[in-house]
Design a protein around this ligand. Sequence first.
Ligand SMILES: Cc1cc2nc3c(=O)[nH]c(=O)nc-3n(C[C@H](O)[C@H](O)[C@H](O)COP(=O)(O)OP(=O)(O)OC[C@H]3O[C@@H](n4cnc5c(N)ncnc54)[C@H](O)[C@@H]3O)c2cc1C
Length: 303
Amino acid sequence: MARAPRTTHQVAVIGAGIAGMAAATEAARCGLKTALFDDGLLGGLITNVGAVHGHPGAGATTGADLVNTMLGEALEAGVDYQPGAVNELISQDSHWSLPGNGATALRVILATGAELRTLGVPGEEQLSGRGVSQCAFCDGGLYKGKDVAVVGGGDGAFQEALHLAELCASVTMILRGRRPRARPTFVRQAADLGNMHFRWNTDVREIIGNGGVDAVRLKEQDGDEETLSIAAIFPFIGLAPRTGLAPMEASRDDAGGLIVDTGMQTAQLGLYAVGAARAGHGGQVAHAVADAKSAAQAAWRSI
Ligand SMILES: Cc1cc2nc3c(=O)[nH]c(=O)nc-3n(C[C@H](O)[C@H](O)[C@H](O)COP(=O)(O)OP(=O)(O)OC[C@H]3O[C@@H](n4cnc5c(N)ncnc54)[C@H](O)[C@@H]3O)c2cc1C
């Protein structure tokens, strides 16, 4: 049997969101020397979520608490946590090299997650941080008693809108389709609130304001344009996987998510992808954790 090359680690996990932390913990518990890298946004997407829903056993917890607990578990398991972005990943004969981080590993688990998509309409970039926000839990308090809008129809959009409805005079949900994709409990809760309004089959065309958001220009599909006065707008219209680090040979789906087998291995031997970075991510914390465990165990069995 060929001898394994000398590497700084057996497993390198890139990205310390839910998927990365869970993968690193599992790999370390399997006895593998494991490094975990993160570009500074430790915890990823869940960090700013005020109330995590649907994570078995977690009860009522904030995203930040969940992240702290999971980081504690990783460190306790012996994970070598190294803050710092990974900018380059090179496949060598039988291992991987992360040249900018001075690390090499037999296996790499890519857990770089995803970015929230933006609307790409005039005014969005200019007013970002001045009324355009993608974190209701961070910025909602700034718009107490005011009229705001949320764009999107998934769980994330409804979750953030329900939080805003507790603070704001009104929340208008702007949805492209005729029915929301969010789980029914969120939709029912929202429909029961007197200060939540819905615009179906509607697109955002422009965000209007000077120094802050004043209004949004809407266009109903097959209908008229309308200007709605609001003080802030929160777009939650889906995720764009961050998979630029993976070599081109690793196949991707149309959205850019890495295609994996049942053990989470990509088309590149020894490169695994988990959580929001992979094609077909289930969308929730529990899915990210399940991916992570599968990948870590598959990596362990393969070494
Ligand atoms: C608004 C909102 C609300 C949600 N609410 C819930 C909920 O209530 N319940 C639930 O189960 N799920 C919820 N989710 C979904 C959940 O957050 C995600 O499924 C999960 O967090 C995905 O985790 P991840 O680790 O795959 O990716 P991410 O959270 O995106 O983490 C990726 C990590 O990798 C790091 N990274 C990226 N590139 C690099 C690089 N080159 N080098 C080093 N590090 C890098 C990032 O900084 C980040 O820390 C919600 C999502 C959103 C957007």
